[in-house]
Design a protein around this ligand. Structure first.
Ligand code: ADP
Ligand code: ZN
Length: 730
């Protein structure tokens, strides 16, 4: 008889003891157990002979689901770290880490890999006789050299071609059992076919050799290089060395950056199948990548945030591309930061980690400046492409048409006439951010969020951007019944309409989350842009991420003032990153670009520093400001959030938490104060911010107080959470 300590997906910060008669399973195995009248699936964390509970109180395990652990020792260790650091129930951590199919109790027996090989007849076939079908001839020649995995074969040789060969009985599908046994591992090493690569320039060569010198042990690198300076090329050459040593690589990319082009670039370079993980996959597809990576069949896995949990049999290198990107921070449930977890993982696996970006997060830059990370610089764009020149446009007292100053419209015209593309950036989707009654001044608001509805003319409705509540556009004011309703402010939709009316001879495209909904749509749009099918590009954040627009010579950011006066101390950093990323994505060697920021405060020191001295200078200046204000990364924060049907309930709950911390030394409590979004979906939202000079102090204080918080009365009426190293305060 054994006692199993099990992590269960329930909101309790503890393991649960169960009895098992018979052979104890390994740690990391899934079991099914009775819990509060239900059956739950959990993972065994400890096996023991003793329990703090009387044995007769313990329930028995219903069934053991696996013969092999679903989590390897490094993953178990990371789960424990996540639970500890983020103060999150360990069972829910495990739940987040596991692919959905495994959470639900699905089998972890990998399905065999399907490979195309030649039949006996195929081997006898004289390949030259297929000369009238050159594609089939080529495919047969490839498969004669080595079998090819099914999806890879369809991609590289063509599904139709393979089918034709199969119909002639020249090729067949055979199953390759997935094995977790290290001796039959690493089928990818036989598949590697290297494409030619450019000669690295001096800075690239230094970066590559620094990373290579570090293979086989932990080390973090900040690879700082403007867009187009050849960061990806550095990744590729470092990856090559790792793959050739028979080790695996995991690459994280921002959500929007994971396009088929990105994957293709990696796939083509090495000729191997790349495992891809993003939010649009089915549970089964996710599980397959997880299993194939765990079995050492995939040399390279590329994915968004949660891909950081993917197990590797023989890990060699971790890469986080665009490490400053906010999509790496999970904003609900287990609020982990994938970049920080990558550091922990690289340590646990004893491998190097490369953080690449043109605009390092201030936290990362600080780690590089204080020599915790090695700092690798790429200061020139490959092929001598110039960065766009940046200017501020004073729009005080200027007439704006659909948000654009008159002088700027003339400038846009000049660029269009030269056959270039122009790009306009605005951070608001929809037609207008509010609908206002001209008679009484009433603004139509979402009752659940107390925020103005956004007007969407193309959808014929008002929509709340905070809860997605929608309704028909009213014909008259709900307060005074007057019929003159006017829109206020400008969104992407209005800008698009305005510009296509003003420049009817050019084609306009809008890129925001409304227009790019649906699989592949963004990709199609980007391809059309690069084929010059559109001349005027209008968009939100999406434009700044991962895509390069060589024909764009003019970039306009319509409204930067919001970020200068934000209550969020990270707003300035994010604006500077956006500006720099946009500037880096436009233009090329023979077509240098220019960039204009429209502002009511052109003399603002931040704007001036950024455009005159560049991001690297700005970032050091911003760090100094953070240091003087005692803000992260020079202090450590945790944010308690609470929401309830009334503001009072949420406030009082946080007030009690604040009292609990008042006995802890070295901790400053700020609040409770209303969240930036005070009300959302009918719930009132309050926050309590903790700050300390030392990470360990804030960590220990929360751990100590947490049991008391969990037992606070009234908590059934409150939804609360704790966010360690919070990134946003909305
Ligand atoms: P980044 O990832 O920094 O944006 P890339 O690695 O994508 O930059 O490089 C930008 C372009 O320059 C790519 O087309 C790439 O093939 C090319 N490139 C990169 N390094 C070199 C080099 N050393 N020699 C020639 N071309 C290069
Ligand atoms: Zn709402």
């Amino acid at each position: 008889m054994a006692i199993l300590r099990i992590a269960l997906p329930v909101p309790k910060r503890q393991l649960f003891d169960y009895l098992l008669v018979g052979q104890a399973p390994e740690v990391g195995v899934r079991v099914r157990v009775p819990f509060a009248g239900r059956q739950l699936i959990g993972v065994v964390f400890e096996v023991s002979e003793h329990s703090e509970w009387p044995l007769e109180k313990l329930k028995a395990v219903s069934s053991v689901l696996d013969s092999q652990p679903v989590l390897n020792p490094v993953q178990m260790q990371l789960c424990q770290w996540l639970a500890q650091y983020y103060k999150h129930p360990v069972g829910e951590v495990v739940h987040t880490v596991l692919p959905v199919a495994l959470r639900k109790g699905g089998s972890n027996q990998a399905r065999p890999q399907q490979m195309w090989t030649l039949t006996d007849e195929g081997h006898k076939q004289d390949i030259d006789t297929l000369s009238r079908a050159p594609k089939q001839q080529n495919a047969l020649r490839q498969l004669a050299k080595q079998p090819l995995e099914k999806t890879m074969a369809a991609k590289t040789l063509g599904a139709g071609v393979i089918k034709a060969l199969a119909d002639k009985n020249l090729v067949q599908l055979v199953s390759h059992e997935v094995s977790h046994d290290a001796s039959s591992k690493l089928s990818f090493t036989q598949q590697i076919k290297l494409q030619s690569k450019p000669q690295a320039n001096v800075q690239q060569a230094i970066a590559i050799s620094c990373i290579e010198a570090n293979l086989g042990r932990y080390g973090s690198f900040l690879l700082e290089g403007v867009t187009g300076s050849g960061k990806t090329e550095v990744y590729l050459q470092a990856i090559e060395s790792v793959l050739l040593q028979g080790q695996q690589v995991l690459v994280l990319v921002p959500e929007i950056g994971l396009t088929p082009q990105t994957v293709q670039r990696f796939q083509q370079r090495f000729g191997i199948k790349v495992g891809v993980l993003h939010s649009a996959l089915s549970d089964n597809e996710r599980l397959q990548v997880w299993q194939q990576s765990a079995a050492g069949q995939l040399g390279l896995v590329i994915g968004t945030r949660s891909a950081i949990f993917t197990p590797m049999l023989v890990p060699g290198l971790l890469i986080v591309d665009e490490e400053h990107d906010s999509s790496y921070k999970q904003q609900d449930g287990l609020r982990y930061h994938a970049r920080d977890l990558a550091v922990m993982r690289a340590r646990s696996e004893n491998i190097p980690l490369v953080l690449g970006t043109a605009t390092p997060a201030l936290e990362t830059l600080n780690n590089a400046l204080s020599a915790k990370y090695q700092h690798l610089l790429l200061s020139e764009r490959a092929g001598n492409a110039q960065l766009a020149h940046q200017h501020v446009l004073d729009i005080r007292q200027q007439v704006l048409q659909f948000g654009v100053a008159k002088g700027m419209l003339d400038r846009i015209d000049q660029h269009l006439q030269q056959g270039s593309q122009v790009m306009l950036f605005i951070n608001r989707r929809g037609y207008a951010p509010a609908l206002l009654c001209h008679q009484c001044g009433h603004v139509e608001q979402c009752q659940r969020c107390n925020k103005p509805f956004t007007l969407h003319l193309s959808l014929h409705r008002l929509q709340c951007h905070h809860c997605s509540e929608a309704r028909a556009i009213p014909r008259c004011c709900s307060q005074c019944q007057a019929t003159e309703l006017v829109s206020m402010g400008v969104g992407t939709e209005q800008l698009e309409q305005g510009l296509s009316g003003y420049f009817p001879q050019y084609r306009t495209v809008r890129i925001d989350s409304d227009s790019t909904r649906g699989k592949q749509k963004l990709d199609t749009m980007l391809n059309k842009i690069n084929n010059n099918e559109y001349q005027i590009l209008i968009g939100t954040q999406i434009l700044s991420k991962g895509h390069h627009f060589p024909n764009v010579t003019l970039v306009v950011i319509l409204d930067v003032d919001g970020a200068l006066y934000s209550a969020d101390y990270r707003a300035a950093e994010h604006l500077a990153q956006l500006v720099t990323q946009l500037a880096g994505r436009a233009g090329r060697a023979d077509k240098p670009g220019e960039m204009w920021l429209q502002s009511h405060e052109p003399g603002h020191p931040l704007l001036q520093d950024l455009i005159n001295n560049g991001y690297a200078h700005f970032a050091r200046y911003a760090l100094l400001e953070r240091q003087q204000a005692n803000l992260p990364p020079y202090s450590y924060q945790a944010l308690f959030r609470a929401q309830a049907a009334t503001a009072r309930l949420a406030h009082d709950f946080l007030q009690q938490i604040s009292h609990l911390f008042s006995q802890q030394s070295g901790i400053v409590c700020i609040g409770p104060i209303p969240a930036l979004m005070e009300k959302r979906q009918g719930q009132y939202r309050m926050q309590l911010l903790l700050q300390s000079q030392q990470r360990s102090v804030i960590q220990q204080a929360i751990s100590q107080v947490m049991p008391q918080i969990e037992n606070l009365g009234n908590s059934s009426k409150i939804r609360w959470s704790v966010d360690i190293d919070p990134q946003e305060f909305s």
